[in-house]
Design a protein around this ligand. Structure first.
Ligand SMILES: Cc1cc2nc3c(=O)[nH]c(=O)nc-3n(C[C@H](O)[C@H](O)[C@H](O)COP(=O)(O)O)c2cc1C
Length: 202
């Protein structure tokens, strides 16, 4: 089982990174294979809507997404960890998502299957400062379409409210234990038993 883990916050050592690391500790304990990427360290642009992928089935932009495209096609599980910024994911995550347009074109314009015949699963780890009732709806809706473009399927995630100051999540050992346990589960257990939120408005 190969896990591609995306850290989508620009804040190094922040809440999202701590949450993701707890999850990945569980993955590693269970002997899962991990590639972890902090998007803010990469150089890549959002989709420029050049339309080349419509007939090539590939993105023509030469930047750090080239490696991420390859990693995604190898992965069985894509984990996107992002704080909520203005009721959605960060701009780094949005740029990453937009670049899935090349997969969308390959799948829907050219009718091509996943090159390795996989159906990757998509998982979210997210948190925000407020108690907003519909805080995660935008992120989930978008990610469902992103996973579909990448021949995959969104399965659910972990979502936490009321986490704001840098490192504040360290006070919530229950949350970190939950993420750690989930990391172990995704490697060792069938998806139906993963302890995740599956609703579109958790
Ligand atoms: C630009 C920006 C926008 C934000 N928008 C929201 C928001 O809409 N709702 C919310 O609950 N928290 C919002 N927050 C708070 C962050 O989600 C919160 O501080 C989170 O813990 C940051 O995680 P990090 O340490 O991983 O970056 C925002 C923070 C920033 C910097």
């Amino acid at each position: 089982m190969k896990v591609l883990a995306i850290h989508g916050s620009p804040r190094e050592g922040g809440n999202t990174e701590i949450l993701l690391n707890s999850f990945l500790e569980g993955v590693r304990e269970a002997k899962g294979e991990v590639e972890r990427v902090s998007l803010y360290k990469l150089k890549f642009s959002p989709c420029i809507e050049c339309g080349e992928c419509d007939h090539l089935g590939e993105c023509v932009l030469k930047d750090d997404m080239e490696g991420l495209y390859r990693s995604y096609l190898e992965a069985d599980l894509l984990v996107v960890a992002t704080p909520i910024f203005f009721y959605c994911h960060t701009s780094y995550v949005q740029a990453f998502f937009e670049r899935f347009q090349a997969f969308w074109a390959r799948k829907y314009r050219l009718g091509l299957p996943h090159p390795k015949g996989k159906t990757p699963k998509g998982l979210l780890l997210s948190l925000g400062a407020t108690k907003g009732k519909r805080l995660f709806e935008g992120l989930i809706r978008t990610f469902k379409f992103v996973m579909d473009a990448g021949w995959g399927v969104y399965v659910g995630g972990l979502f936490f409210r009321g986490i704001d100051k840098k490192g504040e999540i360290l006070e919530h050992t229950d949350i970190l234990n939950r993420a750690n346990k989930l990391g172990y589960q995704v490697i060792k257990e069938p998806e139906e038993t993963w302890e995740i939120e599956r609703s579109s408005s958790p």
